[in-house]
Design a protein around this ligand. Sequence first.
Ligand code: HAM
Length: 427
Amino acid sequence: MSQGDSSFNPPRGMRDFYPEDMILRNATFGAWTAAAARFGFQSYDSCVVESLDLLKRKSGEEVVDQIYTFADKSGRELALRPEMTPTLARMIAARQRTLSFPLKWSAIAQCFRYERMTKGRKREHYQWNLDIVGESSVSAESEVIATALYALGLMGLGKDKLCVHFNSRSLLSLLLNHIGIPAAHHQQTFLALDKRGKISDEEITALLNAAGIDKPNIDKIFQLTQISTLDEVFERLGKSPLPCQQIIRFMELIDAQGIRDSVMFDISVIRGLSYYTGIVFEAFDTDRKFRAIFGGGRYDNLLADVGGTPATGVGLGFGDVVIAEILAVNDKVPVANQSQVTAIGFMEDNQHLQAVSIATALRHKGTSVDLATHSEKPKGFFSRTGKAGFKQAIYVGPDDINSGTVRIKDLATRNEQIIKISEITGS
Ligand code: HAM
């Protein structure tokens, strides 16, 4: 088959990463990893294959219907994980007695969801997960959000480009109680309201109706969604209920983190996953042209749901797809960088071994070297290495071997230096 004839493409929604694609992926992973380390998170990992049982939860959540499932040869029901949080809960529950809390864990997890393919949505993505488990104060929320914003800063995106919108499910519950909606209806109300903007208000009304809420109460729920400031919330509830106190403290901590300008209250943020119980948040680009960059919140029952001792957690997931689109429109996509690499070439097979010795000596001294694998004419060598953007080039020809020297050319400035081969190889 000649080049370009392959009739195989990756399965729909799955991605190949060619070397040029790895530049962005490595830079993204690099920013995530550096931010997690800077904020004191420990890394963890697990296999992409999970047991289906762990991932199946109550219906109503989109993600449960999107799970890729299969049976292994022994008939075990398995799945490709759609998210990392149930796995995290399983791993922590398994060692809950020996781990010390609060723990701060970070992972870059490949996740699979059989989604309708739209902008920002693939069927496979990498998702950075940051979680703090065992901390009931909102310092956990403030810390995970600050870490994610720090990573975005490393990618070149500051407060002028994005904003974290937050809300609180416990606060919403108070507001729902306040208008007379009993707790039994809150979960369904959250999942229905989360669909606002994705489906029509008539469809949401139908969902709320199916959950057993009557028309006058549905109207009151829609009125709640008009609240635009925390002051309006405090006017209804006062400031003393715990969820209000938590939000006030959260804002103080956000202020002290220096990220107050990047965080705002937004009653429309609810999140589509049913395990959240407290503060929930999503980061969006300022122009709201893209889907959420990251999203997360507090979950109180997940550890107990997987058989652990009850413990609260806060976390977020930050995918690599939406951020790639946002970096592109902001001209922040990193470019290939060979500028730290020295290229070494040689003219004839007679100089091959000398070129290998020079490359070996330089590599052992800490220089990255791209060594030619076969002889090349000087014109071809310098044209190739110049285009690839190497830092410098060393070309070994017959005269060099005779004189015991080589020319090192700085490919940016075109300056040449003659150096004794023995100085490089030490022999
Ligand atoms: P999520 O909102 O479902 O949360 O996903 C988090 C992020 O993953 C999204 O904001 C988006 O960046 C990315 N993402 C999700 N699905 C796709 C997709 N199909 N294609 C591309 N990117 C996608 C969770 O998954 C929670 N488990 C996060 C969490 C961690 N909560 C607590 N700890």
